[in-house]
Structures are given as C-alpha cells and as structure tokens.
Design a protein around this ligand. Structure first.
Ligand SMILES: [Fe+2]
Length: 346
C-alpha cells in the first residue's frame, strides 16, 4: 500500500432473525399468526442465536471500522422483539459505529401507538442536519419512510446511505417499497457525495433492482430505484432479504454498480437452498484512481463448525460469487464453496 492509500473496513450482516418473543393476545394480528406458525414449525430450528453470536464474536474480534445491518433483526415486529434487538445492537456497537436499515420482518404490521422502530433510531439517523419529522414522536411507517430515510453518514472516505424498503404488507407477502420521496432525496445524496469524492455505499433490505426476487418478495419500485442507480451511480449497494449470496453488476453512467447480497447471519442447519450463516467483510483501499474493494465471506462451512473464511475476492466489474455447488457434495472443496448458493427464501 502506498502512502497515498488508506484502508477502511466494513462488516455487513443481515437477517439475524433473533428469537421470537412477546407474541401475546394483545399483539395478535392475522399476519402475525401466520408468521408465528411458520416460526414455530420451521424457522426457530433454522435461525439459532448461538450461531449469530458466533459470527458476532468473530466480527468483533476483527474490529471493523463500521458495521452495516440490513434488516430483519426480528420476526413479527413485536414490541418485545424490537426491545431485544435494541439490546443486541448495543452489543454490536455504539450507534455511530453501526448503521441499520429495517427489513420487512421489522415492520411486519402497522405499529399503532407503539414506538416501533423509534427504539433503533440512534442507529438509523444522519450525522447532521435538521431533525427528521419523526424526531420525538412514535415512528409510524410513513414517518420512517418519509422522514428519516434515506439517512447519510460520513465515515472516513465512505458515504453510507440508508434506505427504508420495509412497509406493512398483507399476509404471505414479503414485498417492499422505497417510495418517490426517498428516491428524490437519494438522487440528491448520490450526486452530492459523488461530487465531494466519497465512496458511496447504499444500504437497503430488499434487492434494489428488478429480477432478483419473486413478485411476492420484491421491491415494488425496483424499476424506479434501478433507474436512480443507473443515472446517479454508487460504488456499492448492500442488501439482505434473500438469505443468499449474490453479486450482480448494474450498469450506470458512472461505472458498473456492484449489488451485493449477504446470506442470513443465523442459519444453523441446511434449509431449502439457504447457505449457512455468513457475514461479509469488506476492505476498501482508497487509491488516487478510486476504491479497490475486497470481499471476504466468513461464516459456517458445516453445521456446528467454526466461523472461518469461506471465500475472498476482489470486486471488479464482471466478477461473480463462486459457482454454485450442491450442498450434498461430499468433498472438502465442496464444503468450502457450498455456501455460495445463489438462491433462497426468506
Ligand atoms: Fe426480509
């Protein structure tokens, strides 16, 4: 590394799905009942807290400059779950060290009079500027979408931009929406931070472009967000939601944009085609000619195994995640690359 180069590290984890707590008659809604049954029958065996704790311990030991958490910390958006997730976030790091965007499971139904995601607001706010409309008030969904998002945090040479794609949806629908107000502000933020020479990292729960999710799980205005990215560019977009490892290059007027999806941070046993728990370690080397971004995937290679390096490569236009290998492949090589399955369900 030359004297003119600097390095920053960013850890990305998503879809932790902490244990479901606080489902009571008072919090009952039909959609929550469907989610509760799904959790009791399947998901509680798949998303284990001891697994996400292992990833968190590994991540903490490496002392990243910043941590990005792209949603689905909880399951049914219950007040007790959101409280539990706030305590979990405090263990990940202080609010100026950790940036969060919500997922569809975090805003599962309207919050009504409950403070909802105001509990996490310190992790989802801009560095400066006038307070958003939801400051000091219960964070209803419109407030969250229209008021505090997108937020902008400057960390070294990185401009971290957080978008909210979560909104209450009918039962069995895991779709999302950004909304025109957020996209208008996003255009400004992308232009301003590019002009000022920052490396722009956009964080969102749902895949931000068309074609990466089925209709029931997709961002409903992915066409519009895809156009914003094509016209204004970004150096990196991070998302979760699909519980899979994906890297797609999206053409823009300012170079190809890597759209990077990380698997769930708590998957403990083989389930559908979902890789076992994983997080991404991103190393930015800022050079006079632009950023060089190296991706290291760390997580479980087999159920109950240690957290270790799964793969590592440079994000250069055209690169893709290692090819898919069937999870049942009985070789060591397969064990190392089996986690790169590029499909899955949330
Ligand atoms: Fe999700």
């Amino acid at each position: 590394m030359s004297a003119s180069e600097t390095v920053q590290t960013l850890a990305h984890l998503s879809d932790v799905h902490l244990p479901l707590v606080g489902f009571t008659p008072r919090t009952w809604r039909f959609k929550r009942l469907t989610g509760y049954i799904n959790w009791q029958r399947k998901r509680r065996h798949v998303h284990r807290p001891e697994t996400s704790e292992g990833l968190l311990a590994d991540l903490s030991k490496r002392r990243p400059d910043h941590v990005a958490v792209t949603g689905d910390l909880v399951n049914l958006g219950l007040p007790a779950e959101l409280e539990q997730a706030r305590r979990w976030l405090e263990r990940v790091g202080p609010p100026d060290h950790v940036s969060v965007v919500p997922g569809n499971h975090d805003i599962y139904v309207p919050f009504g009079h409950d403070p909802g995601l105001a509990r996490w607001q310190a992790y989802m706010r801009s560095d400066a500027g006038p307070p958003g409309p939801c400051e000091g008030r219960p964070a209803s969904t419109p407030d969250l979408a229209m008021g505090t998002f997108p937020y902008l945090r400057i960390r070294g040479r990185l401009a971290l931009i957080g978008l909210c794609s979560a909104a209450p949806m009918p039962p069995f629908i895991a779709a999302g929406r950004a909304g025109e107000a957020q996209l208008t502000r996003l255009r400004q933020l992308l232009d301003e931070t590019r002009r000022d020479g920052f490396v722009r990292v956009v964080m969102i729960h749902h895949p931000p472009i068309p074609g990466l999710a089925s209709a029931s799980k997709a961002l409903r205005d992915a066409d519009a967000l895809g156009r914003v990215l094509a016209e204004h560019g970004a150096e990196l977009v991070l998302h979760g939601h699909m519980h899979s490892a994906t890297l797609v290059w999206w053409p823009s007027q300012h170079g190809s944009v890597p759209i990077l999806g990380v698997p769930s941070a708590s998957v403990t046993v083989q389930h559908d085609h979902e890789p076992l728990a994983r997080y991404h370690w991103l190393r930015f080397t800022h050079t006079p000619s632009g950023p060089r971004i190296e991706l290291e995937a760390r997580g479980l290679c087999k159920p109950g195994g240690p957290v270790r390096e799964i793969t590592r490569f440079l994000l250069a236009p055209g690169t893709s995640y290692p090819p898919t290998v069937p999870l049942s492949e009985p070789t060591d090589a397969a064990e190392m690359s089996a986690q790169a399955v590029v499909s899955g369900k949330s």
